[in-house]
Design a protein around this ligand. Structure first.
Ligand SMILES: O=P(O)(O)OC[C@H]1O[C@H](OP(=O)(O)OP(=O)(O)O)[C@H](O)[C@@H]1O
Ligand SMILES: O=c1cc[nH]c(=O)[nH]1
Ligand SMILES: [Mg+2]
Length: 208
């Protein structure tokens, strides 16, 4: 099941705060980062661990260590940058692979303008970051880029998703799991999520 709606009270409360119409840039940015961290907790709960023995204050002690594939976070420019700090606070050694895509306002198709993957990206678990999953075009393009680069384990974190984008993901990439804080009602006739958050990039960067 690729779609995980994370219904933790802290997440639901914070998403509610993000929907207030006159929220400040500062508040929106802080909340985006906090919700991203909480989603990370859920999205990494199945990472493999191994037991190792270390020297503790009272002698040898057996502890758990994360093993296996390392992570690359993949913020989708611009708005995905607003989630990056929250995720890196929990996974400070993650590499960052940047994907620059914007959505053409008329066609709603993603337009690519920058891609810089970390080295050996194919050996890492990719964690895509974007606040909004609307038609799904941007996510599909990002998954295609990661799969072309050899990634076999791909996950995504989104603050708000529309049913249209989730249907597309389930159909085209059932192997990719996404963790979302809210699944909203629909898209409006210009491709915005309703009730949604408005334009997340503009709110994070203070543009418009
Ligand atoms: O699912 P889709 O229909 O493709 O739409 C979602 C995309 O649209 C927004 O980006 P936008 O194009 O506004 O770019 P920005 O982050 O630079 O504001 C959003 O952050 C997603 O990347
Ligand atoms: O509702 C939406 C849809 C796409 N991008 C946004 O920022 N918001
Ligand atoms: Mg935008």
């Amino acid at each position: 099941m690729p779609v995980h709606l994370v219904k933790h009270p802290l997440i639901q409360h914070k998403i509610g705060l993000m929907r207030v119409h006159d929220i400040s840039t500062k508040q929106f940015r802080e909340l985006a980062s906090e919700v991203a961290a909480l989603l990370t907790y859920e999205a990494t709960k199945d990472l493999e661990t191994e037991t190792i023995t270390i020297k503790g204050w009272a002698g040898d002690v057996v502890v758990e260590n994360i093993k296996g594939k390392k992570i690359t976070v993949v913020p989708i420019l611009r708005a995905g940058l607003g989630m990056m700090d929250g995720v890196l606070n929990l996974i400070p050694s993650a590499r960052v692979s940047v994907v620059g895509l914007y959505r053409n306002e008329e066609t709603l198709e993603p337009v690519r303008y920058y891609v810089k993957m970390t080295s050996n990206v194919q050996d890492r678990i990719a964690l895509i970051l974007d606040p909004m999953l609307a038609t799904g075009g941007t996510l599909m393009a990002t998954i295609d880029l990661l799969k072309e680069a050899g990634c076999t384990q791909i996950r995504g974190l989104f603050l708000v998703a529309a049913p249209e984008g989730l249907d597309r993901l389930t159909k085209d990439h059932p192997d990719v799991d996404v963790y979302v804080a809210a699944i909203d009602e629909k898209l409006n006739d210009i491709g915005y999520i309703i009730p949604g958050l408005g334009d997340a990039g503009d709110k994070i960067f203070g543009t418009k």
